[in-house]
Design a protein around this ligand. Structure first.
Ligand code: HEM
Length: 537
């Protein structure tokens, strides 16, 4: 059965009673004064005007007026759960992070999400799903902020505002609210053909999961592990659901959107409440950390590419069990703040230009979301490792810092000594950065936009291919602009002529001539274009 309800930070934290929000047997004001009545305002006579001196009325209404915080700019719709991660010890030779050690148990909080819909949008839309995990390790928090697809739309984070502008509802009509079926989305992905691979995953059954419990998760980027000797390995992280991977059919998803827009949220909550705790194995694909940072010709710094498991099997390194629902949605699922830079000793980032931009974006957006730099002190965001930083003051500061000298070295507060060991985070692995001048060009390997989309399409069964064709046909059929549909058909022709022909048939359009497929991509700046890239508009 389900365990007792957790504190806001998970199983084994000692959250002080005052952080739990409510205590005592009587209703009080926010100042703790007992109330006799909360249903009637203080008035000059039963039919007279309300008196300004009614502090309870003003406090109650004022607080209500300020209950909302901005929803996440992406991934606004989501649901979270608490759990535990247990390491297998299988990564010990590759990674010094203690939480991966055999039998080590670490509390986790996971938030699953859709990307595009607003906070109140439906769950079973066709979209990518977020799969973000906060490991409260004894050596500091590790956030694995992944998705349910192994590749991403774009190769450089500088395009993230653009793809999100294109994929969110049209600025004039604010439609569609939660689906990819619109002109700006298809305009973007047909012009930036690096997005074609991820788009095909969206059009596949992976775009409408049966349940959060039946989704795979992927760290997408390549990360760098560091072992106790300082040796490094490149890895990609994978979550494998114990329940297997299952999807909804399009028709099921459509019905559920109407009948139960909370379908995934309800499914997760109910399963955990019933004691059917979902589990995922964490695995890694490991690659030698060579200067080229490629594996079998695949660029490990290109987030639009994955490495097939046939050539790099996923090695299991631990098991996650989600075993407790949040006590309060806002306090936990809404206020949790993930960051790809939250890394414990032994795990480091790589130079993937998408990941590099994310390192800036999450802190920045969370300042906007919380309105204060102290959101790390909210219970769900507090590390389970001792914190001894030199960050001070600011709006809503919760800490009462002792001492007089928040700087180092100092001769007053014991000097703020650094830890002398090598088991520290941000070890600054001495990876060679090639001598280079400042450039904006992408590497030539980033110009291949279609080979893995083709690989994915050709790996599908007949039924899965039918679903993909129907999805493209339905979604493109919703576009108003003929030119956008035609350009997307040319991109499909570059992936696979048969796929293109089937979608063209469904749309009632001619399949593009084969020579239209020779062009690879449109890049508006000739100075930045790569060999052979031009895309007639
Ligand atoms: C939120 C995944 C790329 C900016 C999220 C969330 C996930 C996620 C899972 C939701 C976290 C939560 O549940 O609270 C990914 C993955 C990416 C990616 C897997 C690529 C591999 C990017 C890029 C940027 C970005 C390139 C910006 C340059 C954001 C922002 C949020 C967000 C601003 C909202 C965070 C918040 O308000 O706390 N992302 N993302 N993401 N992501 Fe990404």
């Amino acid at each position: 059965g389900a365990p007792d309800r957790r504190t806001p930070t998970g199983a084994d934290t000692d959250v002080p009673a005052e952080a739990m929000g409510q205590q005592g047997a009587y209703l009080t004001t926010a100042q703790g004064a007992r109330l006799r009545d909360t249903d009637h305002s203080l008035k000059a006579g039963p039919r007279g005007p309300t008196l300004l001196q009614d502090h309870h009325l003003r406090e109650k209404v004022m607080h209500f007026d300020h209950e909302r915080i901005p929803e996440r700019v992406v991934h606004a719709r989501g649901a979270g759960a608490h759990g535990v991660f247990e390491g297998y010890g299988a990564a010990d030779d590759l990674c010094r992070a203690a939480f991966l050690g055999k039998g080590v148990e670490t509390p986790v909080f996971v938030r699953f999400s859709t990307v595009l819909g607003s906070r109140g949008s439906a769950d079973t839309v066709r979209d990518t799903r977020g799969f973000a995990t906060k490991f409260y390790t004894a050596e500091g928090t590790f956030d694995l902020v992944g998705n349910n697809m192994p590749v991403f739309f774009i190769q450089d984070g500088i395009k993230f505002p653009d793809i999100v502008h294109a994929a969110k509802p049209h600025p004039d009509r604010e439609i569609p609210q939660a689906q990819s079926a619109h002109d700006t989305f298809w305009d973007f992905v047909s012009l930036h053909t690096e997005a074609q691979h991820h788009t095909m995953w969206n059009m596949s059954d992976r775009g409408i999961p049966r349940s959060y419990r039946t989704m795979e998760g992927f760290g997408v980027h390549t990360f760098r592990l560091v072992n106790a000797e300082g040796a490094t390995t490149l890895v990609k992280f994978h979550w494998k659901p114990r329940l297997g991977v299952h999807s909804l059919t399009w028709e099921e998803a459509q019905m559920l959107n109407g009948i139960d827009p909370d379908f995934h949220r309800r499914d997760l909550y109910d399963a955990i409440e019933a004691g059917a705790f979902p589990q995922w194995e964490l695995g890694i694909q490991a690659f030698p950390d060579t200067p080229e940072q490629t594996f079998e010709g695949i660029d490990l710094l290109d987030p639009t590419k994955f490495v097939p498991e046939e050539i790099a099997p996923v090695q299991p390194i631990g098991l996650m069990t989600l075993n407790a629902n949040p006590t309060n949605f806002f306090a936990e699922s809404e206020q949790v703040a993930f960051h790809v830079g939250h890394l414990p000793p032994g795990i480091d980032v790589t130079d993937d230009p998408l990941l590099q931009a994310r390192l800036f974006s999450y802190l920045d957006t969370q300042l906007n979301r919380f309105g204060s730099a102290n959101f790390g002190q909210i219970p769900i965001n507090r590390p389970h490792a001792p914190v001894n930083d030199m960050l001070r003051d600011g709006y809503m500061q919760q800490g009462v810092h002792a001492g007089a000298a928040p700087y180092r070295p100092n001769s007053l507060d014991g000097g703020c000594p650094f830890h002398a060991g090598t088991d520290t985070a941000f070890l600054d692995v001495p990876v060679q950065v090639p001598a280079a001048s400042k450039v904006r060009e992408a590497p030539a390997s980033f110009a291949d936009h279609f080979s893995q989309a083709r690989l994915f399409w050709r790996s599908m069964t007949t039924v899965e291919q039918e679903h993909i064709v129907r999805a493209y046909t339905f979604e493109l059929g919703k576009c108003y602009e003929q030119a956008v549909k035609e350009r997307q058909l040319r991109a499909l022709a570059a992936i696979d002529a048969d796929l293109c022909a089937q979608v063209a048939l469904g749309l009632g359009l001619p399949a593009p001539a084969p020579d239209a497929t020779e062009v690879l991509d449109m890049d508006p700046s000739p100075a930045l274009s790569q060999v052979g890239r031009s895309w007639p508009l």
